[in-house]
Ligand binder design. Sequence first.
Ligand SMILES: [Mg+2]
Ligand SMILES: [Zn+2]
Length: 189
Amino acid sequence: MEGSELSRAIFLDRDGVIIEDTGHPGDAEEIHLLPGVTESLTKLRDSGYLLLVVSNQAGIAKGLFGQEVLGQIEREIVSLMGFDLDGWYYCPHHPEGQIEELKRYCDCRKPKPGMLLQAIEEHHIDPAKSFMFGNMWHDVLAANRAGVKAVLVDSTPEKALADPCKEIATAWATAHGIAEATAAVLSSP
Ligand SMILES: [Mg+2]
Ligand SMILES: [Zn+2]
């Protein structure tokens, strides 16, 4: 496929970018969109970007909540925003999980780039024209490894500071929220 036919995408971390990172990601009752999410994603969509969630959900491997909760939270987000996104990718694995079939080192848990690479293939995306928004340095590193520019959304600065991926990851920009991240993307050449 020619480069000109490839799509551009925004890869979105879920917790800490779209919804509050509460530390209780299994609670579908307690979903709050972060400020500016609906407006920002509308602008990006209208500018031709695919919108794809790529989210680590190790709580599933740890037995804290079931796979069905991911769908419940998706439906809640879609209902709050008023429109759906183009794809939702999750890593349910963790090497120290309790659920035997999910307890492993995988290629999809960020900072590994597996979810991004899968989405790039499935949606025919040009990574060099695409961006990742994440609140953790492991999001930035996953984007670096997939050839996607990364914006660190600084919604949880203490957690981000404690992320060892900070030492080797390179952010294209830092933003205080999704609106600022969106403005940076839309004003880039
Ligand atoms: Mg996050
Ligand atoms: Zn995984």
